[in-house]
Design a protein around this ligand. Structure first.
Ligand SMILES: CC(C)(COP(=O)(O)OP(=O)(O)OC[C@H]1O[C@@H](n2cnc3c(N)ncnc32)[C@H](O)[C@@H]1OP(=O)(O)O)[C@@H](O)C(=O)NCCC(=O)NCCS
Length: 165
């Protein structure tokens, strides 16, 4: 049984930061360098970064737990226009392949609809084949690609994918 909760406390956000660090170092080697992983975790997924996002940038984090505790999370942000940004979606490796991501995406879609939005978009590394396959299966389409300079000599080489609500 999966439980999805809006993250309201610093304690939960710290748990998410811990999980993010584990997942990134487990999943992204082979796609980006260890140096880039360290840099991106610190810049986007550390407790301080996520606290800033939630306090000043309209991000909202959700934790996903089962009987064993927290096993995943996602973060969303309503844009000023009619789009809803799915900024992050991550599951611990032992919880993948069980359809949990579909439940998470359904929650994202309902949050977007509740905010009056007409589409959900995300960015995904061009070499993250599994995530791209999952997003396609759930109805997202690639609408663009973008290379973003994130500093320190690193770039994010992404597709932009969109789901029309
Ligand atoms: C991306 C992620 C959250 C997806 O979770 P998951 O557990 O692997 O996905 P699920 O098994 O729940 O699959 C979701 C759906 O995609 C389908 N799917 C999975 N792999 C597929 C494939 N290779 N081709 C087509 N469909 C696929 C599943 O059948 C399921 O659809 P259904 O529920 O309608 O049957 C998870 O793999 C993850 O955390 N990966 C590491 C981090 C990451 O890449 N995050 C995204 C960054 S943009």
């Amino acid at each position: 049984m999966i439980k999805t909760d809006r993250v309201e406390t610093d304690e939960k956000l710290r748990e998410i930061a811990e999980l993010a660090e584990k997942i990134w170092h487990e999943f992204f080697p082979g796609i980006i360098s260890e140096e880039q992983i360290d840099y991106m975790v610190e810049k986007f997924q550390s407790y301080d970064a996520m606290k800033e996002q939630t306090l000043h940038q309209d991000y909202c984090y959700f934790s996903v737990s089962d009987n064993d505790g927290i096993c995943g999370y996602f973060a969303v942000k309503p844009e000023k226009d009619n789009r809803f940004f799915l900024s992050k979606i991550y599951l611990r490796s032992d919880k993948r392949g069980q359809g949990i991501a579909s439940e998470m995406l359904n929650r994202v879609f309902s949050e977007a609809l509740n905010s009056g939005k007409t589409s959900v978009y995300l960015t995904v590394n061009k070499h993250n084949e599994h995530a791209i396959a999952v997003y396609r299966k759930k109805g997202f389409e690639i609408i663009d690609s973008v290379v973003t300079d994130i500093g320190n000599g690193f770039v994010m080489d992404d597709y932009i994918m969109e789901y029309k609500l």
